[in-house]
Design a protein around this ligand. Sequence first.
Ligand SMILES: C[S@@+](CC[C@H](N)C(=O)[O-])C[C@H]1O[C@@H](n2cnc3c(N)ncnc32)[C@H](O)[C@@H]1O
Length: 231
Amino acid sequence: MEGFDPRTSFGSEISKRYDAGGGLGDEAETVAVGTGRIALPLTRAGVRVDGIELSQDMVDRMREKPGGDAIDVTMGDMSRVTTGCRYGLVYLVFNTIGNLLTQDDQVRCFQNAARHLAPGGVFVVECRIPAAPERPYRQFVDAEQVAADAVTLGVGQYDPVTQVLDLNHVSISADGILLMPISLRLAHPPEFDLMARIAGLRLRDRWGGWNAEPYTATSWRHISVYEPAGE
Ligand SMILES: C[S@@+](CC[C@H](N)C(=O)[O-])C[C@H]1O[C@@H](n2cnc3c(N)ncnc32)[C@H](O)[C@@H]1O
């Protein structure tokens, strides 16, 4: 998307609104970093959590919360940087794999996750099933929120060549217009499975939700669990 900077997608203004509007309401079942939506409940449950994050603003929001200081964050690109440790669980939830905008970078991210796994460890990816390719002319304007004094529109355009969806959430109210742009590279689960294979991983489980709902033709998201292929 012209004028798009991934850092501003999760920059100061968006990071402040992230917890109010960005959640799926399933955090209790799912208990990387962001504002600590998942990392903080995991820490409270006694799990040590380290994170990798690109946006200082998102880390700052997390640090403001109770327990937010307990999480070690390595600043950098999740497809490249290392924390220097190995883990029983590496997770990338809430469509975060899509924040990497090329297939190469997504493969590199699987390889980086694999490098961080301890023996017996797993890599968990949660991602929506792509829907934009099926929209007429691969573009749309969705009414995301409609109230008497404000509306939020989701304005999207999908490029099948790059598999990148450019999406702008446009909030219009008496306070003015707020643009919340994001670009995401969309991929179906079998493409992720091949990325996993390139990274020396294999699919262990796939569910349609955090309560182990079966993954079916009507699932709108998948939760995929990968393990080292050699184990
Ligand atoms: C959709 S949010 C998910 C945050 C959190 N895991 C959650 O579930 O609420 C994606 C996060 O990944 C970060 N991010 C995006 N691209 C990144 C990259 N290349 N390397 C590291 N972090 C990245 C964003 O700044 C943002 O905090």
